[in-house]
Structures are given as structure tokens and as C-alpha cells.
Write a protein that binds this ligand. Structure first.
Ligand SMILES: C[S@@+](CC[C@H](N)C(=O)[O-])C[C@H]1O[C@@H](n2cnc3c(N)ncnc32)[C@H](O)[C@@H]1O
Length: 223
């Protein structure tokens, strides 16, 4: 990345740690680039609480902490214990404080954070795979998305409305096969409008970052 904010250093001890935790790739870097591009909108929200679901190495939540600043609480979750540990180490290495929680989606935080999350991130397992490959821990949980690559994403989308604050924004990583138009329709039903804040081809994947805000939100300045 050649923006004004530095890509976080990663908290792994050894390259082999990435046998167990998702190593940041084009999808992660596109999310970082689009958060940076959307910086003015992020600051306009005046965030108090940010949450990343599926933090992996911790690169995205740490980057968000770098660009949004210190007087904010950063929560994140992962279903993979090694990812939770690496996220803590990544944040620490970059002088940031995050609260990683081992749980499915945002299950352990839903009650506590109801209506309070100002910035929500999810780079889900989005690869199209047979349903029986959708994993519940370990490195396989990083990519296996089941039918249309949507099985994990679709479990989370109905929870977004209860987590997000009135002006909150939700950033979701998708590929073309996930059918972004269908996700837009689904989220419209929950009261959100969608904007594609950026796309990039990476090998066989056509990646996009979708941003959802409530239909009543004022966050919509042109990028
Ligand atoms: C594509 S990786 C993204 C990692 C990191 N956010 C990044 O962008 O580099 C997806 C992450 O989601 C986690 N994950 C998958 N299913 C999950 C679930 N049901 N609940 C919480 N985390 C999950 C995986 O363990 C993995 O760390």
C-alpha cells in the first residue's frame, strides 16, 4: 500500500504461524485501501466502538485503530484461537490496543454491543466450496464459504442491524460469485443501503468492498 497510513507489522513469531492463521492477501489489502480511501466518512461517524468479525492476523482491526485513533474501543472476534492470539500480538506490535474474543461471528458481544458499533468489518470466508467444507475452526475457516461462498456471510447479515449504531457503517469483502446484487437486496430488507467502495481483480477473484449504512444515515459523501 502506498497511502499515508502504514500497513501494520504482523505479530507472528515465525512464517509457519500462517499455517494456522490466514495470512493477509489481496482481499485484506483491498479492505485496508478502501478504509483509507473512506477515511473522511469514517471520521464523520465520530466512532466510539469498532468491531471486526474474523480478524485473522489482526491486520485490519489494527489498521483501523491506526487510522481512526486512540479514543475508541476496538473489539474483534475469530473462531480460530491462533487468530485471536495473533491479533493481540499484531495490535501490541503496532502500539494499539484491541480486545480479541474467541467466538462464532459476534455471538459473545451481541448483547453488550447492541446498537453501539460505529464501524463494523467482515472479510468472511467467501470462496465457493461444498457446504461440508465450511469449517468451525482452524485455517480452513478462513476461506471455505460453502454455496455461493455465502454460508457464513448469510449467517451474519441478519445480525448487522442490531449491532450497528444509527450512523454506523459496515464494510464487507465479497467476490463476484457471492452475488453482491443479491446481498444488496437482502440488506435493503434490513433497512440498509449499499455502496461498492472499491473493486479489484486478484488472480481469478474479482474482489469488492461493500459498505452498508442505514437508509436514514447521513454518511454518504462522495468518495
Ligand atoms: C478471509 S479471513 C480474513 C482475516 C483478516 N480479517 C484479513 O482480512 O486478513 C476470514 C477470517 O474469519 C474467521 N472466521 C471464519 N468463520 C468465522 C466465524 N463463524 N466466526 C468468527 N470468525 C470466523 C477465520 O478464522 C479467518 O480468520
Amino acid at each position: 500500500m502506498d497511502g499515508i497510513f502504514k500497513t501494520p507489522m504482523l505479530g507472528n513469531q515465525d512464517p509457519a504461524d500462517f499455517d494456522a492463521v490466514y495470512e493477509p492477501a489481496e482481499d485484506s489489502f483491498l479492505l485496508l485501501d478502501m478504509l483509507e480511501k473512506d477515511h473522511a466518512n469514517l471520521m464523520a461517524i465520530n466512532p466510539c466502538i469498532c468491531l471486526e468479525v474474523g480478524s485473522g492476523s489482526g491486520i485490519c482491526i489494527t489498521f483501523l485503530a491506526q487510522i481512526v485513533g486512540r479514543s475508541v474501543t476496538y473489539f474483534c472476534t475469530d473462531i480460530n484461537l491462533k487468530a485471536v492470539e495473533m491479533t493481540k500480538a499484531t495490535a501490541h506490535k503496532n502500539g494499539r490496543s484491541v480486545e480479541p474474543v474467541l467466538c462464532n461471528l459476534a455471538d459473545a458481544l451481541e448483547h453488550r454491543l447492541e446498537g453501539k458499533v460505529d464501524v463494523l468489518l467482515f472479510n468472511p470466508p467467501y470462496v465457493v466450496t461444498p457446504s461440508d467444507e465450511v469449517a468451525c475452526d482452524g485455517i480452513e475457516a478462513s476461506w471455505a464459504g460453502g454455496i455461493k461462498g455465502r454460508e457464513v456471510t448469510d449467517k451474519f447479515l441478519p445480525k448487522v442491524a442490531s449491532l450497528l449504531s444509527p450512523e454506523g457503517a459496515f464494510y464487507l469483502v465479497v467476490i463476484k460469485e457471492n452475488d453482491p446484487d443479491d446481498i444488496e437486496e437482502l440488506m435493503k430488507g434490513y433497512g440498509f443501503r449499499m455502496k461498492c467502495v472499491g473493486s479489484r481483480r486478484a488472480g481469478r477473484e474479482f474482489l469488492s468492498i461493500l459498505r452498508f449504512t442505514r437508509q436514514s444515515s447521513r454518511v454518504d459523501t462522495p468518495l
